[in-house]
Design a protein around this ligand. Structure first.
Ligand code: CP
Length: 328
């Protein structure tokens, strides 16, 4: 496979976003514009959801080669609420299991006029690889790439923090748990760093801490009780046992005692701190149920923001591609 993994692969010749593969390389202004548009699409619980026809005539294909609830459903709802046609491939019953290559699957969908392809895969580099081969009017959106990148999750996390705290500049943010296997952590680090939080902390047991070449600028902790002291945002991460090969992991109860986000530990954070989790949660492993369901939790708000953020990304990408078609 020939791969261009540089962030420039997601931009067109004029520098506009044509695909969304990573948050790396997006400026604070670009992130803020996406958050502002997402906020425009946010509605109060109980209100009817926002709708417009930004994607009328477009066809979105969801290709999830790994399991998903939140991301897949929210991309589908986002596309439907913007007036697109949507197809969801069941990858277990698709021709991939008969040996069809991912590119042949993509070309097949492209031939049927699917023009925005939403992909999740366990293979690093696949979205960027595919983006090099699709037709000029076709866009690739990364919905979760191995342990590397989950850009729309990073955006929805940033939106949730902005709604709760307003300004990023004074914030101390903690991302805690299985950092080494987490695409959520990497995209959150990119978003929060670009948006200029005061301090980003990452905390993990030694076996789950990534190498020093990653997470530039973050303060590292292997003691959760020290890491959580005084922070404004606590983001707990799922233990990703499906990505572990040979890592030494304690049993669930031992991990919870040593590293879980508990009510007792939350007392060490800033009194107004919020608690986040990307889901799916291992309750009473990386996060105590009483914290996940407690007054400081914004986990359901993250889920709600997922739809708004994906609407913003879809509308922005479609507008950028449409403007190329119009002016060429
Ligand atoms: N946060 C997240 O990506 O959840 P899903 O795996 O359910 O999509």
């Amino acid at each position: 496979m020939t791969r261009d993994l540089s962030p420039s692969v997601q931009r067109d010749a004029d520098g506009r976003l044509r695909h969304l593969i990573t948050l790396e390389g997006l400026s604070a202004d670009e992130l803020t514009a996406l958050l502002d548009l997402a906020q425009f699409y946010v509605r109060e619980a109980g209100d009817l959801p926002a709708r417009d026809q930004s994607l009328s005539g477009h066809t979105i294909a969801n290709l999830f080669f790994e399991p998903s609830t939140r991301t897949r459903v929210s991309f589908e709802l986002a596309a439907l609420r913007l007036g697109a046609d949507v197809v969801n491939l069941d990858m277990q019953s698709s021709s991939r299991v008969k040996g069809e290559t991912v590119l042949d699957t993509i070309y097949t969908l492209q031939a049927m006029h699917a023009d925005i392809l939403v992909m999740r895969d366990a293979e690093p580099g696949l979205p960027a690889y595919v983006a090099q081969f699709v037709a000029p009017h076709v866009c690739i959106l990364n919905a979760g790439e191995a342990h590397l990148s989950h850009p729309t999750q990073g955006l929805l996390d940033a939106l949730t923090v902005r709604q709760a705290k307003g300004d990023f500049a004074p914030l101390r943010v903690l991302i805690a748990g299985d950092i080494s296997h987490s695409r959520v952590a990497r995209s959150a680090w990119q978003a929060f760093t670009t948006l200029g939080v005061a301090e980003l902390r990452i905390a993990a047991p030694d076996d789950l801490m990534p190498g020093k070449g990653e997470f530039a600028g973050a303060t590292r902790f292997n003691d959760i009780d020290r890491a959580i002291a005084g922070v404004d945002v606590v983001m707990a991460l799922r233990i990703q046992r499906e990505r572990m090969r040979g890592a030494h992991m304690p049993d669930d109860a031992s991990y919870h005692r040593a590293f879980g986000i508990t009510a007792e530990r939350m007392k060490k954070a800033h009194p107004g701190a919020i608690v986040m989790h990307p889901g799916p949660m291992n309750r009473d492993v990386e996060i105590a149920s009483e914290v996940a369901d407690g007054p400081q939790s914004v986990i359901q708000q993250q889920v709600a923001n997922g739809v708004a953020v994906r609407m913003a990304v879809l509308a922005t990408i479609a507008r950028n591609v449409q403007s190329r078609r119009t002016f060429q």
